[in-house]
Design a protein around this ligand. Structure first.
Ligand code: ADP
Ligand code: MG
Ligand code: MG
Length: 199
């Protein structure tokens, strides 16, 4: 079973990996965006970590709802509302249980990813975070490590795609040949699950 401490470790691990990889995420956002993805997420997850420390939420759902709210209010870019919606919707789907099973979490994350697709209008193949998140959720039944591998593969597979959503879509065919920054950060988020589980 996964408790509130697991979800806090997930957020803390993601804050650390976003810090470590911020320059790389911003570099990926340079040729096909506005070179702010790393700094956007760094600001957002720093706020997430601070809020978790201060408010000390006691259930899995409360941890993710608080984290999502912080991302929405502190990240001034497309990725803030999208990641915020992902975590908030996932948290809502977990309800107020003190512990949830991995299967319940997989179902909740599916609801979160669906909400991101509804909000942003992106489908798989549009060269966005969805290209990492959908395979990650699909593989979650096979465990966190399988989900991480699927997300990383999905992020790499965005390189040959032409962007159809977000800033990168303004470039048309010139977006081809670059890995999507949001799919890359989504792979970091999913990798955080493996760390939180201590696998
Ligand atoms: P901005 O483009 O506003 O500067 P960021 O650089 O923080 O925001 O985030 C860019 C990332 O957000 C993209 O690489 C892409 O993965 C994701 N993204 C942008 N628009 C959408 C959308 N409509 N649906 C899903 N993901 C999106
Ligand atoms: Mg950007
Ligand atoms: Mg921006």
């Amino acid at each position: 079973m996964l408790d509130a401490a697991f979800f806090r470790r997930w957020m803390t691990a993601t804050t650390a990996s976003v810090d470590r990889e911020a320059e790389r995420l911003t570099a990926l956002d340079s040729p096909i965006g506005d070179a702010d993805h790393g700094s956007n997420l760094q600001r957002g997850f720093t706020a997430v970590a601070a809020a978790l420390e201060k408010e000390d939420p006691q259930t899995p759902g409360a941890v993710l709802i608080l984290a999502g709210r912080q991302l929405i209010s502190t990240v001034g870019g497309a990725s803030g509302p999208l990641y915020g919606t992902l975590l908030r919707r996932t948290g809502k789907a977990l309800g107020d249980a003190g512990e949830v099973s991995e299967a319940q979490f997989a179902e909740a994350l599916r609801a979160g990813v669906d909400a991101v697709m509804t909000l942003g209008g992106a489908a798989p193949g549009d060269k966005t975070m969805i290209d990492a998140l959908v395979p990650a959720v699909d593989a979650l039944g096979d465990g966190f490590s399988a989900s991480r591998a699927a997300a990383e593969e999905g992020a790499l597979a965005t390189t040959p795609l032409q962007a159809r959503k977000g800033r990168a879509s303004y470039l048309g065919e010139r977006s081809i040949g670059h890995q999507d920054p949001g799919a890359t950060s989504s792979a970091l988020l999913i990798a955080g699950l493996v760390e939180a589980a201590g696998e």
